[in-house]
Design a protein around this ligand. Sequence first.
Ligand code: SF4
Ligand code: SF4
Length: 410
Amino acid sequence: MASNIQEKAKKALGEFTKRQLMELDTCSHCALCTDMCPAYNESKNVLHAPGVRTSKLVKLYDKKHGFWTKLFGEKEITEKEIEELAESTYHCSLCGRCMESCPFGFQTHELWIKAREIVDSLEASPENVIRLAGLMDENMNPYGLEPDTRLDWSFFTDLDDAPELDEAEIAYFVGCTTAYKGANHDVAFAICSLLENQGENWTLLGEDEWCCGAPSVMSGKTEEAKKYAEHNVELFESKKIKRVITGCAGCYRMLKFEYPVMLGRKPNFEVMHAVQYLHEQLTTGRLEVEQGKEKIIYHDPCELGRLGGIIKEPREVLAKITSELIEFDEHGVDSKCCGGGGLLQSVNNDMRLNIVKEKLDEAVEKGAEMLVSACPACKLAFVDGVREFKHDIEIYDIHELIAKRLGVSD
Ligand code: SF4
Ligand code: SF4
């Protein structure tokens, strides 16, 4: 392999944090993480097992920085090893289930992002991931659509006058997967309608809203993600926003947890997922909704539940809507992923669909009439799954369901 790739490999492998090096060194290869991994369990390909991924990272690290390297010199990393690392790293939905199952509490989610940074620096990312990075650069969203069409979803709803104010209390951060994906336009409309219904002083951000930057992080381009963080935070602060509300689990996690780390400071506004807002309105009596008897099953989006800590609020909101709320066998922090995260769709859509099928099978077996989630990427995965496998179940985002029940959206 070319010597410059060897140099790049050495540099990238030298960028593990001390904690990550300790984790790699301590991994006992117990495979508890592998037992829980939706990607491995779908493919049974050892390369997709998280425990095998850590072994591969250790082996590559040792070749460039290990103890024996200091005595006897570096060893060459082969193209096959890099290809295998890329294959392993991108057959992962970044769901974080491995993190929950690891007896040592390793922060595997961060480790897999670091692995993607290594793959990126070795120029070995999958073709579609490289293409996505180009689309982000051109249009500030991962779908390659013009920034000035970011509010076009409002033309397909009853939102006659989308507010774009210079200053407001609340900003609704729509997020790319809601703004640009037709299946989610009703989610945006529902959240806008709820804010309007509650008499809030709120605004949209129109084409000034940029992607939250999560696709850059997931492509191993964490440094580039900072430009999205800087832009969006500056925008909120220039509008004197006090609360940023988003309905997307991925955007929520970026804005709430990653932005302060990326920027090295706490921004001057509160970040809320829209389901927290709904919960606040319902529990303080500012919003009331009639309870029905639909059999509803709730799916925890990984980035909202396990990785975001919001588990009880959506359940308490749904309990106001129905007396028949049911659960997947594994839910809350143990929830199985829908397959919709981690750019898995762009790398192996069949794997994503087979992962979502398992959840749909379980929901139908339990007799659920509706499967409800709180993330546009989850909704897309479930809608695609139902289309592909013809399950007899309705798919809703929680905000859509509430807005419908209140009669504030169709
Ligand atoms: S984050 Fe999820 S998909 Fe990725 S290795 Fe861990 S359990 Fe598997
Ligand atoms: S569960 Fe933890 S210790 Fe066990 S193989 Fe996975 S990362 Fe290593």
